[in-house]
Design a binder for this molecule. Structure first.
Ligand code: UT7
Length: 320
Protein backbone atom coordinates (compact mmCIF):
# COMPACT_ATOMS: atom_id res chain seq x y z
CA UNK A 1 0.00 0.00 0.00
CA UNK A 2 1.25 3.50 -0.82
CA UNK A 3 -0.12 7.04 -0.79
CA UNK A 4 -1.70 8.45 -3.91
CA UNK A 5 -2.38 12.15 -4.45
CA UNK A 6 -6.11 12.34 -5.21
CA UNK A 7 -6.60 16.12 -5.05
CA UNK A 8 -4.61 19.35 -4.99
CA UNK A 9 -5.25 22.97 -4.03
CA UNK A 10 -3.36 26.21 -3.58
CA UNK A 11 -3.75 29.76 -2.35
CA UNK A 12 -1.74 32.94 -2.80
CA UNK A 13 -2.57 36.35 -1.31
CA UNK A 14 -4.21 38.92 -3.59
CA UNK A 15 -1.55 41.62 -3.08
CA UNK A 16 0.98 41.65 -5.93
CA UNK A 17 4.41 43.17 -5.24
CA UNK A 18 6.43 43.69 -8.42
CA UNK A 19 10.17 44.10 -8.81
CA UNK A 20 9.51 47.77 -9.59
CA UNK A 21 7.68 48.11 -6.25
CA UNK A 22 10.77 46.72 -4.46
CA UNK A 23 13.09 49.07 -6.38
CA UNK A 24 11.28 51.89 -4.54
CA UNK A 25 12.32 50.57 -1.12
CA UNK A 26 15.75 48.96 -1.69
CA UNK A 27 18.61 49.55 -4.14
CA UNK A 28 17.60 46.98 -6.76
CA UNK A 29 16.04 46.71 -10.21
CA UNK A 30 13.75 44.47 -12.24
CA UNK A 31 16.73 43.75 -14.46
CA UNK A 32 18.85 42.45 -11.54
CA UNK A 33 16.08 40.40 -9.89
CA UNK A 34 14.60 38.88 -13.06
CA UNK A 35 18.04 38.31 -14.61
CA UNK A 36 19.49 36.55 -11.57
CA UNK A 37 16.40 34.66 -10.38
CA UNK A 38 13.56 34.68 -12.94
CA UNK A 39 11.26 36.36 -10.40
CA UNK A 40 9.19 39.33 -11.61
CA UNK A 41 6.57 39.55 -8.90
CA UNK A 42 5.47 37.88 -5.70
CA UNK A 43 2.30 37.76 -3.58
CA UNK A 44 2.51 39.21 -0.08
CA UNK A 45 -0.08 38.94 2.70
CA UNK A 46 -1.95 41.95 4.07
CA UNK A 47 -4.00 40.52 6.93
CA UNK A 48 -3.96 36.75 6.48
CA UNK A 49 -1.46 34.45 8.18
CA UNK A 50 0.09 31.09 7.33
CA UNK A 51 -2.80 28.99 8.66
CA UNK A 52 -5.39 30.99 6.75
CA UNK A 53 -3.51 30.43 3.49
CA UNK A 54 -3.04 26.75 4.36
CA UNK A 55 -6.72 26.25 5.17
CA UNK A 56 -7.77 27.89 1.88
CA UNK A 57 -5.42 25.58 -0.06
CA UNK A 58 -6.69 22.60 1.95
CA UNK A 59 -10.36 23.37 1.19
CA UNK A 60 -9.58 23.48 -2.54
CA UNK A 61 -7.62 20.21 -2.34
CA UNK A 62 -10.52 18.48 -0.54
CA UNK A 63 -12.95 19.77 -3.16
CA UNK A 64 -10.63 18.61 -5.95
CA UNK A 65 -10.35 15.18 -4.32
CA UNK A 66 -14.11 15.01 -3.81
CA UNK A 67 -13.84 13.84 -0.21
CA UNK A 68 -15.32 15.09 3.04
CA UNK A 69 -12.99 16.71 5.61
CA UNK A 70 -14.21 14.25 8.21
CA UNK A 71 -12.52 11.44 6.27
CA UNK A 72 -9.08 12.89 7.06
CA UNK A 73 -7.00 10.87 9.53
CA UNK A 74 -3.84 12.98 9.51
CA UNK A 75 -2.88 16.56 8.61
CA UNK A 76 0.81 17.32 8.11
CA UNK A 77 1.90 20.87 7.41
CA UNK A 78 5.37 21.71 6.18
CA UNK A 79 6.10 25.23 7.39
CA UNK A 80 8.83 27.33 8.97
CA UNK A 81 6.70 30.40 9.44
CA UNK A 82 3.71 29.24 11.49
CA UNK A 83 1.52 31.94 13.04
CA UNK A 84 2.31 30.62 16.52
CA UNK A 85 5.27 28.81 18.13
CA UNK A 86 2.61 26.44 19.33
CA UNK A 87 0.17 24.92 18.65
CA UNK A 88 1.05 23.49 15.26
CA UNK A 89 -0.37 25.32 12.28
CA UNK A 90 -1.81 21.93 11.29
CA UNK A 91 -4.08 22.09 14.37
CA UNK A 92 -5.30 25.56 13.34
CA UNK A 93 -6.03 24.21 9.86
CA UNK A 94 -7.86 21.24 11.41
CA UNK A 95 -10.18 23.64 13.22
CA UNK A 96 -10.64 25.88 10.16
CA UNK A 97 -11.67 23.06 7.82
CA UNK A 98 -13.57 20.99 10.41
CA UNK A 99 -11.41 17.86 10.11
CA UNK A 100 -12.63 16.64 13.48
CA UNK A 101 -11.38 13.06 13.08
CA UNK A 102 -7.80 13.96 12.15
CA UNK A 103 -4.58 14.35 14.08
CA UNK A 104 -2.31 17.20 12.98
CA UNK A 105 1.25 18.41 13.42
CA UNK A 106 3.84 20.50 11.61
CA UNK A 107 7.01 19.39 9.86
CA UNK A 108 9.88 21.89 9.93
CA UNK A 109 12.18 21.42 6.94
CA UNK A 110 12.06 24.91 5.38
CA UNK A 111 11.76 24.79 1.58
CA UNK A 112 11.87 20.97 1.67
CA UNK A 113 8.86 21.02 4.04
CA UNK A 114 6.19 19.74 1.65
CA UNK A 115 8.33 16.82 0.50
CA UNK A 116 9.36 15.89 4.03
CA UNK A 117 5.71 16.08 5.15
CA UNK A 118 4.60 13.92 2.20
CA UNK A 119 7.29 11.40 3.02
CA UNK A 120 6.18 11.30 6.67
CA UNK A 121 2.59 10.80 5.53
CA UNK A 122 3.77 8.01 3.25
CA UNK A 123 5.41 6.25 6.18
CA UNK A 124 2.18 6.35 8.24
CA UNK A 125 0.11 5.12 5.29
CA UNK A 126 2.58 2.39 4.32
CA UNK A 127 2.59 1.19 7.92
CA UNK A 128 -1.20 0.92 7.81
CA UNK A 129 -1.64 3.47 10.62
CA UNK A 130 -3.66 5.99 8.59
CA UNK A 131 -5.62 5.83 5.33
CA UNK A 132 -6.43 9.38 4.28
CA UNK A 133 -4.27 12.43 4.79
CA UNK A 134 -3.78 16.08 3.97
CA UNK A 135 -0.26 17.30 3.23
CA UNK A 136 0.31 21.05 3.15
CA UNK A 137 3.27 23.29 2.33
CA UNK A 138 2.61 26.83 3.58
CA UNK A 139 4.85 29.77 4.35
CA UNK A 140 4.56 33.47 5.04
CA UNK A 141 8.18 34.45 4.53
CA UNK A 142 7.28 38.14 4.20
CA UNK A 143 7.06 38.14 8.03
CA UNK A 144 10.63 36.86 8.34
CA UNK A 145 12.56 38.98 5.84
CA UNK A 146 14.24 42.28 6.54
CA UNK A 147 12.59 44.52 3.95
CA UNK A 148 15.73 46.67 4.01
CA UNK A 149 17.98 43.75 2.97
CA UNK A 150 18.01 43.58 -0.84
CA UNK A 151 19.95 40.32 -0.84
CA UNK A 152 16.99 38.41 0.63
CA UNK A 153 13.76 40.46 0.45
CA UNK A 154 13.53 40.30 -3.35
CA UNK A 155 13.55 36.49 -3.41
CA UNK A 156 10.54 35.40 -1.42
CA UNK A 157 6.74 35.41 -1.53
CA UNK A 158 3.83 34.06 0.52
CA UNK A 159 1.54 31.16 -0.34
CA UNK A 160 0.26 27.66 0.37
CA UNK A 161 -0.32 24.43 -1.51
CA UNK A 162 -1.99 21.22 -0.40
CA UNK A 163 -2.52 17.63 -1.51
CA UNK A 164 -5.05 15.06 -0.31
CA UNK A 165 -3.55 11.58 -0.28
CA UNK A 166 -5.14 8.18 0.19
CA UNK A 167 -3.91 4.64 0.69
CA UNK A 168 -3.91 2.97 -2.74
CA UNK A 169 -1.85 0.46 -4.70
CA UNK A 170 -0.05 3.09 -6.81
CA UNK A 171 1.20 6.59 -6.01
CA UNK A 172 4.40 7.49 -4.19
CA UNK A 173 7.08 5.04 -5.36
CA UNK A 174 10.08 6.17 -3.33
CA UNK A 175 11.53 9.14 -1.47
CA UNK A 176 15.04 10.24 -0.55
CA UNK A 177 15.36 12.76 2.30
CA UNK A 178 18.64 14.28 3.46
CA UNK A 179 20.01 16.95 5.76
CA UNK A 180 23.41 18.42 6.57
CA UNK A 181 23.26 20.02 10.01
CA UNK A 182 26.86 21.21 9.73
CA UNK A 183 25.53 23.87 7.35
CA UNK A 184 22.56 24.99 9.47
CA UNK A 185 23.78 28.61 9.55
CA UNK A 186 24.07 29.00 5.76
CA UNK A 187 20.36 29.89 5.75
CA UNK A 188 18.59 30.63 9.03
CA UNK A 189 16.25 32.86 10.98
CA UNK A 190 16.52 33.39 14.73
CA UNK A 191 13.50 32.46 16.86
CA UNK A 192 11.18 35.39 17.48
CA UNK A 193 10.43 34.70 21.13
CA UNK A 194 12.89 34.81 23.96
CA UNK A 195 12.10 36.13 27.42
CA UNK A 196 15.37 36.15 29.37
CA UNK A 197 15.43 34.74 32.94
CA UNK A 198 18.36 36.93 33.99
CA UNK A 199 17.29 40.34 32.72
CA UNK A 200 13.74 39.80 31.52
CA UNK A 201 14.48 41.32 28.11
CA UNK A 202 12.70 39.81 25.13
CA UNK A 203 14.94 38.91 22.19
CA UNK A 204 14.85 41.37 19.32
CA UNK A 205 13.08 39.99 16.27
CA UNK A 206 15.48 38.27 13.90
CA UNK A 207 15.39 38.14 10.15
CA UNK A 208 16.43 35.62 7.49
CA UNK A 209 20.16 35.56 6.85
CA UNK A 210 21.55 33.64 3.90
CA UNK A 211 24.76 32.94 2.05
CA UNK A 212 23.10 32.92 -1.37
CA UNK A 213 26.03 31.59 -3.33
CA UNK A 214 26.56 28.74 -0.86
CA UNK A 215 22.88 27.75 -1.20
CA UNK A 216 23.14 27.97 -4.97
CA UNK A 217 26.20 25.69 -5.12
CA UNK A 218 24.63 23.23 -2.68
CA UNK A 219 21.37 23.06 -4.68
CA UNK A 220 22.89 22.44 -8.10
CA UNK A 221 25.05 19.66 -6.68
CA UNK A 222 22.68 17.84 -4.31
CA UNK A 223 19.39 18.03 -6.25
CA UNK A 224 20.60 16.09 -9.34
CA UNK A 225 22.36 13.56 -7.07
CA UNK A 226 19.25 12.82 -5.02
CA UNK A 227 17.08 12.63 -8.14
CA UNK A 228 19.49 10.05 -9.59
CA UNK A 229 19.38 8.19 -6.27
CA UNK A 230 15.58 8.07 -6.02
CA UNK A 231 15.35 6.80 -9.63
CA UNK A 232 18.11 4.23 -9.26
CA UNK A 233 16.68 2.84 -6.03
CA UNK A 234 13.28 2.54 -7.75
CA UNK A 235 14.60 0.95 -10.93
CA UNK A 236 13.03 3.72 -13.02
CA UNK A 237 14.94 5.28 -15.92
CA UNK A 238 15.21 9.07 -16.04
CA UNK A 239 13.69 9.14 -19.51
CA UNK A 240 10.47 7.63 -18.11
CA UNK A 241 9.95 10.77 -15.98
CA UNK A 242 7.41 13.17 -17.53
CA UNK A 243 7.99 16.14 -15.23
CA UNK A 244 10.51 17.29 -12.65
CA UNK A 245 8.64 19.54 -10.23
CA UNK A 246 11.46 21.38 -8.49
CA UNK A 247 11.53 23.92 -5.70
CA UNK A 248 11.00 27.31 -7.33
CA UNK A 249 13.83 29.44 -5.95
CA UNK A 250 15.78 30.46 -9.02
CA UNK A 251 15.40 29.61 -12.72
CA UNK A 252 19.20 29.33 -13.01
CA UNK A 253 19.15 26.52 -10.42
CA UNK A 254 16.40 24.71 -12.36
CA UNK A 255 18.31 25.11 -15.63
CA UNK A 256 21.51 23.87 -14.07
CA UNK A 257 19.75 20.80 -12.62
CA UNK A 258 18.18 20.05 -16.03
CA UNK A 259 21.58 20.31 -17.69
CA UNK A 260 23.25 18.04 -15.14
CA UNK A 261 20.44 15.49 -15.54
CA UNK A 262 20.71 15.82 -19.36
CA UNK A 263 16.96 16.35 -19.59
CA UNK A 264 15.06 18.87 -21.78
CA UNK A 265 13.80 22.09 -20.15
CA UNK A 266 10.18 21.36 -21.14
CA UNK A 267 10.18 18.65 -18.44
CA UNK A 268 10.84 21.38 -15.82
CA UNK A 269 7.75 23.56 -15.30
CA UNK A 270 8.40 26.90 -13.58
CA UNK A 271 6.25 29.61 -12.01
CA UNK A 272 8.69 31.59 -9.82
CA UNK A 273 8.17 34.50 -12.21
CA UNK A 274 4.75 35.09 -10.63
CA UNK A 275 5.15 34.01 -7.01
CA UNK A 276 8.85 34.16 -6.09
CA UNK A 277 10.17 31.59 -3.66
CA UNK A 278 7.24 30.61 -1.41
CA UNK A 279 9.43 28.17 0.54
CA UNK A 280 7.53 24.97 1.45
CA UNK A 281 4.66 26.05 -0.82
CA UNK A 282 6.48 26.18 -4.17
CA UNK A 283 6.22 22.48 -5.04
CA UNK A 284 2.52 21.98 -4.12
CA UNK A 285 1.47 25.29 -5.75
CA UNK A 286 3.18 24.26 -9.00
CA UNK A 287 1.74 20.74 -8.75
CA UNK A 288 -1.75 22.19 -8.29
CA UNK A 289 -1.34 24.47 -11.31
CA UNK A 290 -0.25 21.52 -13.43
CA UNK A 291 -3.08 19.35 -12.15
CA UNK A 292 -5.71 21.98 -12.85
CA UNK A 293 -4.24 22.67 -16.29
CA UNK A 294 -4.79 18.97 -17.14
CA UNK A 295 -1.07 18.30 -17.58
CA UNK A 296 -0.99 15.27 -15.28
CA UNK A 297 -2.39 11.98 -16.53
CA UNK A 298 -2.90 8.70 -14.73
CA UNK A 299 0.30 6.67 -14.86
CA UNK A 300 2.62 9.66 -15.46
CA UNK A 301 5.88 9.41 -13.52
CA UNK A 302 6.77 12.64 -11.74
CA UNK A 303 9.76 13.59 -9.63
CA UNK A 304 9.37 16.33 -7.03
CA UNK A 305 12.47 17.79 -5.41
CA UNK A 306 13.14 20.46 -2.81
CA UNK A 307 16.08 22.02 -0.99
CA UNK A 308 16.54 24.63 1.67
CA UNK A 309 17.52 25.56 5.20
CA UNK A 310 18.88 22.80 7.38
CA UNK A 311 20.42 22.31 4.98
CA UNK A 312 17.74 19.88 3.83
CA UNK A 313 16.99 18.36 0.44
CA UNK A 314 15.12 15.46 -1.03
CA UNK A 315 13.30 13.93 -3.96
CA UNK A 316 10.09 11.95 -4.34
CA UNK A 317 9.20 9.76 -7.31
CA UNK A 318 5.52 9.11 -7.80
CA UNK A 319 3.09 7.74 -10.30
CA UNK A 320 0.13 10.07 -10.87
O1 UT7 B 1 14.94 28.16 -0.87
C1 UT7 B 1 16.30 28.41 -0.88
C2 UT7 B 1 16.47 29.88 -0.80
N1 UT7 B 1 17.69 30.40 -1.28
C3 UT7 B 1 18.12 30.34 -2.54
O2 UT7 B 1 17.59 29.72 -3.41
C4 UT7 B 1 19.34 31.17 -2.85
C5 UT7 B 1 20.21 30.59 -3.93
N2 UT7 B 1 21.08 31.61 -4.41
C6 UT7 B 1 20.72 32.48 -5.37
O3 UT7 B 1 19.63 32.37 -5.92
C7 UT7 B 1 21.67 33.56 -5.77
O4 UT7 B 1 22.91 33.36 -5.09
C8 UT7 B 1 21.13 34.98 -5.45
C9 UT7 B 1 19.98 35.32 -6.42
C10 UT7 B 1 20.65 35.08 -4.03
C11 UT7 B 1 22.22 36.02 -5.67
O5 UT7 B 1 22.72 35.93 -6.99
P1 UT7 B 1 24.30 35.93 -7.22
O6 UT7 B 1 24.48 35.84 -8.68
O7 UT7 B 1 24.88 34.82 -6.38
O8 UT7 B 1 24.71 37.35 -6.71
P2 UT7 B 1 25.76 37.74 -5.56
O9 UT7 B 1 25.25 37.38 -4.23
O10 UT7 B 1 27.10 37.26 -5.99
O11 UT7 B 1 25.75 39.32 -5.69
C12 UT7 B 1 26.25 39.98 -6.86
C13 UT7 B 1 26.10 41.48 -6.66
C14 UT7 B 1 26.69 41.96 -5.33
O12 UT7 B 1 27.26 43.23 -5.59
P3 UT7 B 1 28.86 43.36 -5.81
O13 UT7 B 1 29.48 42.85 -4.55
O14 UT7 B 1 29.18 42.52 -7.01
O15 UT7 B 1 29.04 44.82 -6.03
C15 UT7 B 1 25.46 42.15 -4.45
O16 UT7 B 1 25.66 43.14 -3.46
O17 UT7 B 1 24.72 41.82 -6.64
C16 UT7 B 1 24.44 42.62 -5.46
N3 UT7 B 1 23.07 42.38 -5.06
C17 UT7 B 1 22.03 43.04 -5.61
N4 UT7 B 1 21.99 44.00 -6.55
C18 UT7 B 1 20.77 44.47 -6.91
C19 UT7 B 1 22.60 41.49 -4.16
N5 UT7 B 1 21.26 41.56 -4.10
C20 UT7 B 1 20.89 42.52 -5.01
C21 UT7 B 1 19.65 43.04 -5.40
N6 UT7 B 1 19.63 44.00 -6.35
N7 UT7 B 1 18.47 42.60 -4.90
Amino acid sequence: MTSRIIGTGSYVPAQVVTNEDLAKIVDTSDEWIAGRTGIRQRRVVREEGTSHMAAEAARKALENAGIDEKELDLILMGTTSPDHCFPSGACEVQEAIGAVNACGFDVSAACSGFLFALSTMQAFIQAGIYRTGLVIGADCISKLVDWKDRSTCVLFGDGAGAAVVRAEDTGVIHTVMKSDGAKWNVLSCVSRTGGNFINGITTEPGFITMDGQEVFKFAVKTVPACIHQVLEESGVSIDEVKYFVLHQANYRIVESVAKRLKQPMDKFPMNMEFYGNTSAATVPILLDEMNRAGKLNKGDKIVMSGFGAGLTWGATLLEW
